[in-house]
Ligand binder design. Structure first.
Ligand code: PLP
Length: 355
C-alpha cells in the first residue's frame, strides 16, 4: 500500500533526494568510498558545502554581509547559542509555543528576558498582534512557524531592534526578507534534510558584540571563520541538504514552494471546515500552511481513535496530533504532494460517510 507521510519531523523528503543520497552513501562520486567514510576536508566534499551554501544564498537572496553555516546540536542548541552570542543585557521574546518557550528558558541564563506577548493562556491557538517591542533590547526572538500548535507568521516583521528567528519548520517554504534578520536558524529535519544538521544564517556585523567569553564551539565566529569546518560537520546530512536545495531550485525556488504550500493548505483546511466531524484548532488568520492541526468536533470526540485507525489503514502516516493539542496534525512540508493531501481529504470524506 502506498504510504502518505505526514510526520512532523524528521519528515518527508523528496524521493530523489533520498535516492541520490543513498547512492552517494554506497559510492561517493565514483570514488569507490562511501560518503560516510570520506574526510570532510577532502577535495570531493568541499564542493558539497560550497554548492549548498551558494544555493542557500541564491534561493533566499541573502544579501552581502551574511554568513551561512552548518552546525550540529539541532535547533535546540541555537536556543542557547543565540543568547550566548547576542544577548548583552536584555532580549525580547514572542512566546508563541513550546519551542519559543524553550528558547526563552535558555536566554534567561544569560540576561533579562522580556516576553513581549504570549498566547500561552489560550493554548497557543493564535499569534499575538499589536504588541510593542522595547527599543532597548539586544534583539527580538520569534518562531515563524509553531510546529506543535499549527500557527505561523508568513510575513517578515518590522521591528526597531535586531531580529532573530527560529525557522526550523518553514524555512525554504516562502521568500524571506533576510535583511530584516540578524540571525535565522533551522534544524534541518523538517524542510531541508535528514536529521543531524542545523542551518544558521548570521549577519557578520552582529557578531562579537556580547562582552563575555564564549566557548569556542558555541561561538558563531568559530564556524563562520572556518566555513563550517572547525570540527567534523555532519557530512551525510549536509549532502542530503544539498540534494534538497537542488530539488527546490529545479522546482522553481521558494516562490514555487510558497505557492504549493498555499495550495496544499487550502485543500486540507477547506475539508476540515466543510466536514461535520472535524474542526481546526487555531485562529483562522494564523493557520500554519506547514503543520495543519485539527480535532474531532465535540459531538464526535469518541471517533478520534477510530479515525486514526481508519486513516492508518489507508496509508496515512504520522497524523496523530502532538499531545499538547490532541487530535490530528498533518505536516505538509515542501516535499508533501497535492496527491498526498488529496488522499487525506478523501479519507476524511469516506470516514464522514460512515458516521
Ligand atoms: C523541531 C523544532 C525545534 C527543535 O529542533 P531540534 O533540531 O530537535 O533541536 C525547534 N524549533 C522548532 C520551530 C521546531 O519545529
Amino acid at each position: 500500500m502506498k504510504k502518505y507521510n505526514f510526520n512532523a519531523g524528521p519528515s518527508m523528503l523528496p524521493r530523489e533526494v533520498i535516492e541520490n543520497t543513498a547512492r552517494q552513501c554506497l559510492d561517493f562520486n565514483g570514488s569507490g568510498l562511501s560518503l560516510m567514510e570520506i574526510s570532510h576536508r577532502s577535495k570531493d566534499f568541499q564542493p558539497v558545502v560550497d554548492e549548498a551554501v551558494a544555493l542557500i544564498k541564491e534561493l533566499l537572496q541573502i544579501p552581502q554581509g551574511y554568513s551561512v553555516i552548518f552546525l550540529g546540536g539541532g535547533a535546540s542548541l541555537e536556543f542557547c547559542m543565540v543568547p550566548y552570542n547576542f544577548l548583552i543585557k536584555k532580549a525580547a521574546y514572542l512566546n508563541t509555543g513550546t519551542w519559543a518557550k524553550k528558547a526563552m528558558k535558555e536566554a534567561k541564563v544569560f540576561g533579562e528576558v522580556v516576553e513581549v506577548a504570549s498566547s500561552a493562556d489560550a493554548n497557543y491557538t493564535f499569534i499575538p498582534k499589536n504588541w510593542n517591542c522595547p527599543a532597548d533590547v539586544d534583539y527580538l526572538h520569534i518562531t515563524t512557524n509553531n510546529t506543535i500548535y499549527g500557527t505561523e507568521t508568513r510575513t517578515d516583521l518590522d521591528v526597531p531592534v535586531r531580529m532573530v528567528a527560529d525557522m526550523s519548520s518553514d524555512i525554504f517554504s516562502r521568500p524571506v526578507d533576510v535583511k530584516k534578520y540578524d540571525c535565522i536558524y533551522a534544524g534541518a529535519q523538517k524542510n531541508l534534510a535528514m536529521a543531524g544538521v542545523t542551518l544558521v544564517i548570521v549577519k557578520d556585523d552582529a557578531l562579537g558584540k556580547a562582552p563575555r567569553q564564549i566557548p569556542t564551539m558555541l561561538d558563531y565566529r568559530t564556524h563562520v571563520e572556518k566555513g563550517s569546518m572547525f570540527n567534523t560537520p555532519p557530512v551525510v546530512p549536509i549532502y542530503s541538504a544539498l540534494e534538497t536545495l537542488r530539488w527546490i531550485k529545479k522546482k522553481g525556488g521558494v516562490e514555487a514552494m510558497d505557492k504549493l504550500a498555499g495550495q496544499r493548505a487550502e485543500i486540507l483546511y477547506a475539508e476540515i471546515d466543510r466536514n461535520k466531524l472535524f474542526r481546526g484548532t487555531v485562529n483562522v488568520d494564523d493557520r500554519s500552511v506547514m503543520n495543519i492541526c485539527f480535532v474531532m468536533n465535540d459531538e464526535y470526540k469518541d471517533l478520534e481513535k477510530p479515525f486514526l485507525d481508519f486513516a492508518t489503514e489507508r496509508g496515512m502516516v504520522g497524523i496523530k496530533g502532538h499531545r499538547s493539542v490532541g487530535g490530528f496534525r498533518a505536516s505538509c512540508y515542501n516535499a508533501q504532494t497535492i496527491e498526498g493531501v488529496n488522499a487525506l481529504v478523501q479519507t476524511m470524506k469516506e470516514f464522514e460517510k460512515l458516521h
